[in-house]
Design a protein around this ligand. Structure first.
Ligand code: I4D
Ligand code: MG
Length: 283
């Protein structure tokens, strides 16, 4: 069958690799840390520079007008976060900025691509591990060109689950997050983990190292690429209430199976978050 986005996909892999090399190099020098929404929401010159490199390369290759871009740092600077039917690149230049700043060894470049609001492919380059995860809709998922598959564990008591606590430290939210984690831990599961990057967490689901990853408060750029990779590895995505997954909702459960997903969903204490496209929706 004809593959309409082959050139875009191959270019995304190339750009992610180039971006990862930039991040590795930047990590060798002193990192100047700035903050965004609060004192624990970190950003560095590398996040901004790498996003410029990625978007600049894509514009040069595919032209300015036809493609749209949603990039974490561009949105932080006031650009719209809106998913239309146009071909749209959804980019997190440095997923795991806190890890990058601290030298914690999980940092990923995440590039997703959607057309008609449907994700066509995703590329996650875990650049410190040098692992290139990629998937195109209907074509399977790969890590360093080897096919990957979700785990076949169906018993929650034999699972490892990943979650993160995000950057919103308001006591009500933190209480709900830890209450959820406590309930899941006490099922009991084999373990709870968190790599500090949503993109990498999703790849860990995709390659069967863990059974599920869920988070409330993530953004579309954290999970767009990972969503394709999880699905193509045989997993599934749901909203935290069990409904359909919505990329802009900032809520997600990714899992190896419906059985595991539903068992986790039973324990999730949901708290409100503002949608990524809230400003656009209000208009
Ligand atoms: O801001 P970056 O791009 O590093 O990404 C986020 C992570 O991906 C989340 O899972 C995580 O929970 C944090 O919110 C973190 O900020
Ligand atoms: Mg991120």
């Amino acid at each position: 069958m004809e593959d309409p986005w082959k050139r875009e996909f191959e270019f995304a892999v190339e750009v992610a690799r180039k971006a990862g090399a930039e991040i590795r190099k930047a990590g060798e020098s002193e990192i100047r840390v700035m903050t965004k929404s609060c004192t624990v929401d970190l950003v560095t010159k590398t996040d901004e520079r790498v996003e410029k490199i990625i978007i600049g390369s894509l514009k040069e290759e595919f032209g300015e007008g036809t493609h749209c871009f949603i990039g974490e740092e561009s949105v932080a600077k006031g650009e719209a976060c809106v998913l239309t039917d146009k071909p749209t690149w959804i980019i997190d230049p440095v997923d795991g900025t806190t890890n990058f700043v601290h030298g914690f060894p999980f940092v990923a470049v995440s590039i997703g691509f959607a057309v008609n609001k449907e994700l066509e492919f995703g590329v996650v380059y875990s650049c410190l591990e040098d692992k290139m995860y990629k998937a195109q809709k209907g074509k399977g998922a790969f890590c360093n060109d080897e096919p990957i598959q979700v785990s076949d564990v169906q018993d929650i008591k034999k699972s490892i689950i990943i979650s993160e606590h995000g950057v919103d430290r308001s006591p009500e939210k933190v209480t709900k997050i830890f209450s959820t984690m406590q309930k899941i831990l006490c099922i009991p599961v084999h373990g709870l983990r968190g790599s500090g990057t949503a993109a990498t967490n999703m790849c860990l689901v995709a390659c069967g190292a863990v059974e599920a990853f869920f988070e409330i408060g993530i953004h579309c750029w954290d999970i767009a690429a990972g969503a394709v990779i999880v699905k193509e590895a045989g997993g599934l995505l749901l909203d935290v209430n069990g409904g359909p997954f919505d990329l802009m909702s900032r809520r997600m459960v990714s899992a190896n199976s419906d059985t595991i997903a539903q068992r986790i969903i039973k324990e999730i204490e949901i708290f409100p978050v503002v949608r990524d496209d809230a400003l656009v929706q209000k208009k």
